[in-house]
Design a binder for this molecule. Structure first.
Ligand SMILES: Nc1ncnc2c1ncn2[C@@H]1O[C@H](COP(=O)(O)OP(=O)(O)OP(=O)(O)O)[C@@H](O)[C@H]1O
Length: 249
């Protein structure tokens, strides 16, 4: 059994992946605390999305360690990682357009792994209470019967976050969640993330620095697959290396 540091929910050490000899992520260390919102920033191609792909099992690492509550994620399949409590949202929203908000949340409700569990699923009180709670959290309580196709882009992003939240992940990873959102939607998304982080840790990849300032507990700056800087928003914003490769552009 690996040593579990209660100060960290996720321990990433010396994480490396090479694509045909090119190191997209190169010896990365990352330590995520419970109830932390960590924002990863950096120029295009820095390796940000690849880091999330490695943590969620979508891409296989060439080397290093990824421990989630002491469990070695690099030895687990993508579905096992989800089941262990790691949720991942990709950049483009992937909701079921033909289903209503309620149905999208309902099919995302965890109900065990067996086929029988899925078949025996009922809209019981517990499930409906949870759906109502999540719908309030994602600002869609009044849109439960709306088909997802008719939602705005921002609302689709929130719905997808809700589909992850209903599984109650202890670590939620979001890739550019406010891309394409209006200013008002960005403000509400920051409010949403600040609320949900009281029950879990969140890792967000983001380019909008106003949004980063609104949500980040700490900021990690990647450059060419390596850690360039880390700390509070004020700390990384004042770092000449960060200004040079990213913020100054
Ligand atoms: N499966 C892959 N095969 C080959 N190269 C890849 C693969 N995935 C990522 N890369 C390369 O790794 C580098 C890092 O890509 P990644 O998408 O992680 O960067 P990023 O920091 O998320 O960039 P952006 O801000 O543009 O999304 C890029 O040069 C990319 O082309």
């Amino acid at each position: 059994m690996a040593y579990v540091n209660p100060q960290q929910i996720l321990t990433v050490e010396d994480l490396t992946v090479s694509f045909d000899g090119f190191r997209a992520v190169d010896g990365l260390n990352l330590y995520i605390a419970p109830n932390e919102c960590r924002v990863i920033i950096g120029p295009n191609g820095a390796g940000k999305t690849t880091v999330l792909d490695l943590i969620c099992g979508r891409t296989r690492a060439s080397g290093g360690t990824v421990l989630f509550k002491g469990r070695d994620l690099l030895k687990m399949r993508e579905d096992q990682i989800v089941h262990a409590g790691v949720g991942r949202k990709f950049q483009t929203p992937s909701v079921y357009e033909d289903l209503t908000v309620l149905e999208n949340l309902e099919i995302s409700y965890p109900r065990g792994h067996s086929v029988w569990g899925a078949l025996a699923f009922r809209r019981d009180g517990e499930v409906m209470d949870r759906i109502a709670e999540i719908a309030r959290t994602i600002f869609l309580a009044d849109a439960l019967d709306e088909k997802a196709a008719f939602l705005s882009h921002g609302q689709k992003q929130w719905l997808e976050i809700g589909m992850l939240l209903i599984q109650d992940p202890e670590l939620l990873m979001l890739d550019e969640p406010v891309a394409g959102m209006s200013v008002a939607e960005r403000v509400k998304t920051a409010e949403l993330l600040n609320r949900i982080v009281s029950d879990r840790s969140v890792i967000v990849i983001e380019h909008d620095m106003k949004f980063v300032a609104d949500i980040a507990t700490r900021v990690t700056v990647l450059h060419q697959g390596k850690l360039l800087a880390e700390g509070s928003m004020a700390h990384v914003q004042a770092d000449p290396k960060v200004i040079d490769v990213y913020l100054g552009h």
